[in-house]
Design a protein around this ligand. Sequence first.
Ligand code: SAM
Length: 230
Amino acid sequence: YYAPPAQIHGTAAELLDQEARHASKVMRAREGDQLVIVDGKGGRYEGPIRRITKQSVQIEIQESQYFDKPQPELLLGMGIIKKRDRLEFAVEKAVELGAAHIALFRSRRTIKENVRMDRLESITLSAMKQSLRTWRPEVTLFHSIEEVIASFPEAQCVLAHEKVSPSKMSFAHLAEGKDQPILLMVGPEGGFADAEVDKMVDAGAELASLGSHRLRAETAVVALMSQFLS
Ligand code: SAM
């Protein structure tokens, strides 16, 4: 379950809203049942339920652990994909595979402009819990590729591009400088325009291949993120 730090005070934690409804109505939890909670900021807590209603679940924390942010920090820049289910699939898998931040961007070949951020927030939260992560990833929307690059000036930027030779498929060197975040850029279904690629390369991005075959954008996200499993 998820409770942000504001709902955790000493040895007492409280689940509210959707989390409380899920515990009480879907899981039919009872007083005394043991729950595991993460706060999205590295904290993991465990303990029994002391009071439960549909609106609020109060837990007595008996065990707590803190986990450092995974390093290197993985940031995914992803062009908005037109089909909602494909976009949501990509976001879910990116979180499971360890993205700390998903920066959705509009680019020249963006077909769809509107994104249901509320749905993406809830998918992100479920995927975080599902994969037993303790840090809650952020999802943000950017108006351009330039804006994404400018927002993460300290990151090493890698741009997945289908026109790059498959000999450029090595990623291990990026994880070596562990304290530097890695920004992975994947284009929308129409790909990056040549001018966009040139701009990113001028700004210091490295081009990378994901093999000699053209992958769908959401497959490219999974293939690229999988290079950095830890
Ligand atoms: N430009 C193509 C087109 O017009 O159909 C394909 C774009 S592809 C469907 C979407 C994104 O996935 C690309 O912008 C790139 O970031 C990534 N991608 C797909 N296949 C790739 C490959 N073999 N190597 C590297 N990146 C790839």
